[in-house]
Design a protein around this ligand. Structure first.
Ligand code: NAP
Ligand code: G3H
Length: 475
């Protein structure tokens, strides 16, 4: 019989009156059920978080770090067990799912190590009026309090722990809401924190559909910081509800790969396909359009086609490169983008085929700016190529996007690459490589509708702490 998973609240595993059944997207297997928490139960979660805060923040960094090191050790030990469930629950290739868990352990460990190096600073007066010479400010960082961490389906474990670990090391308590499709994996992550022995209330979980309890958990006055990764519409809604409270939003993207005449086209094609189509394109940082100068477009299209044709299409447990997308709505949406491109005359280089949620990787050439594929995020295995006549046109089209997560520039002219990077309205530009988060100590952020705030272990710790300044006069 499929397992009834429970929430972890104030040191106990708890069921709710209502539950949500979770099925595998790839084959419909029933994987178990998770509680659909009520508002009263959410109140209890937050009350226990608040009660746990004083003792947790009073610990030293090294004491808090010791819990996180245990978490990292258990994640490594259980990577295959958690990865197997994760692979089924979000239809991610098994090896990629196990890698997600191992990468999570690395982030947790890095957060523990980064935390023990946290330092304040002392400032001297005297830079303004002469009398201020006597003033000294002792500047320290304090935890913000209760952090609500919300992760998306595509990295339900990794994009959870990348919020939770920096929050905890800084002395915050955490309430974690996993995505519904991904909540069993999220609760397996919770089991790891429990086994590591965190005191009751320091780490709690909340499950339930975002559309039902989302507003309640975000608006709740107990929450001091909302750390969210997911779609732009939900992120914008959270931003409005947050009011004066600080937030971190990592949202959608439409990352461009700009390919210039002198680029290593073999490498560019390989990176574009890996960047655009791994996990079936369901990554915020996926290459979501290619802007190539006319003179090398034919050659690049041929090479990209060759790389796409080498991809395997199948099931997560087979470790196929292309697996079913997360749900029927997503497959319908992607098909809508494909039909629009077909009707408006784009060249279908590798054909689109659909079998339920399983979509073949589809390459469109000669995509034009009147097509939805030039602007919208498919979050699926569809790659548009837009031919441009100049570098300036590539920059202009790239910057016209409402998103601003990342971009890639493929060229061997490094001064030119740097000057293009300066002009691109994105958080990160990769030169001669695919767009990607990380490494995980690097800053990760989105401009425009791709987000607010900066992730990356050190940056996340800074974001989820606040400065406290104590000022006094010396004689
Ligand atoms: P989503 O639908 O926005 O859901 C993200 C999370 O928010 C889930 O846990 C969801 O719970 C929850 N949620 C939904 N409505 C809510 C509400 N009103 N209040 C609070 N929480 C709510 O996104 P997704 O489909 O999981 O992920 C795909 C999107 O995320 C894409 O647009 C992608 O680009 C973006 N993404 C961005 C990054 C980045 O770092 N920039 C990383 C990964 C993904 P339920 O599952 O229960 O609805
Ligand atoms: O989906 C969004 C993730 O932040 C992307 O991470 O580039 O390591 O796959 P990734």
């Amino acid at each position: 019989m499929p397992k009834q998973y429970k929430n972890y609240v104030n040191g106990e595993w708890k069921l709710s009156d209502n539950e949500i059944t979770i099925y595998a997207p790839a084959d419909g297997e029933e994987l178990g059920s998770v509680p659909a928490m009520s508002q009263e139960e959410v109140d209890a979660v937050y009350a226990s978080s608040k009660a746990a805060l004083p003792a947790w923040r009073a610990l030293s960094y090294v004491e808090r770090a010791s819990y996180l090191h245990k978490v990292a050790d258990i994640l490594v030990r259980d990577a295959e067990k958690i990865g197997a469930v994760l692979s089924k629950e979000v239809a991610k290739g098994y090896k990629a799912a196990v890698s997600e868990v191992v990468r999570t352990a690395d982030i947790v460990r890095f957060a523990a190590e980064e935390g023990v190096r946290m330092q304040g600073e002392v400032l001297e007066g005297g830079s303004f009026e002469a009398a201020s010479k006597k003033k000294i400010a002792v500047v320290r960082r304090e935890p913000v309090g209760l952090v609500l961490a919300i992760s998306p389906f595509n990295y339900p474990v990794n994009l959870a722990a990348s919020k939770i670990a920096p929050a905890l090391i800084a002395g915050n308590v955490v309430a974690f809401k996993p995505p519904t499709q991904g909540s069993i994996s999220g609760l397996l992550l919770a089991e790891v924190f429990v086994e590591a022995g965190l005191p009751a209330g320091v780490f709690n979980t909340i499950t339930g559909r975002g559309s039902v309890i989302g507003d309640y958990i975000v608006e709740h006055e107990a929450v001091n910081f909302i750390n969210f990764t997911g779609s732009t519409p939900v992120g914008e809604r959270i931003g409005k509800m947050a009011g004066m409270r600080p937030i971190m939003l990592e949202l959608g993207g439409k990352d461009s790969a700009i390919v210039l005449e002198d680029a290593d086209l073999e490498k560019a094609a390989k990176d574009i396909v890996a960047g655009g189509l791994s996990y079936s394109g369901q990554r915020c940082t996926a290459v979501k359009r290619v802007l190539v100068v006319d003179s090398v477009a034919d050659e690049l299209v041929g090479l990209v086609k060759k790389n796409i044709e080498a991809l395997s299409v199948g099931m997560p447990e087979e470790d196929a490169d292309i697996t079913p997308v997360i749900d029927d709505n997503s497959a319908d949406y992607i098909e809508g983008l494909v039909k629009d491109a077909q009707e408006k005359g784009a060249t279908e280089v590798t054909p689109f085929k659909r079998d339920g949620k399983l979509l073949t990787p589809t390459l469109f050439d000669n995509v034009t700016t009147d097509m939805r594929l030039a602007w919208e995020e498919p979050f699926g295995p569809v790659l548009p190529i837009i031919r441009v006549s100049s570098v300036e046109e590539a920059i202009e089209i790239s910057n016209k996007s409402e998103y601003g997560l990342q971009a890639s520039v493929f060229t061997n002219d490094f001064p030119l690459a740097f000057s293009i990077a300066e002009k691109l309205e994105v958080g990160t530009v990769h030169i001669n490589n695919k767009t990607q988060r990380g490494t995980d100590n690097f800053p990760f952020l989105g401009a425009k509708k791709s987000g607010a705030g900066t992730q990356g272990v050190k940056y996340s710790i800074e974001a989820m702490t606040t400065v406290k300044s104590v000022v006094f006069d010396i004689k």
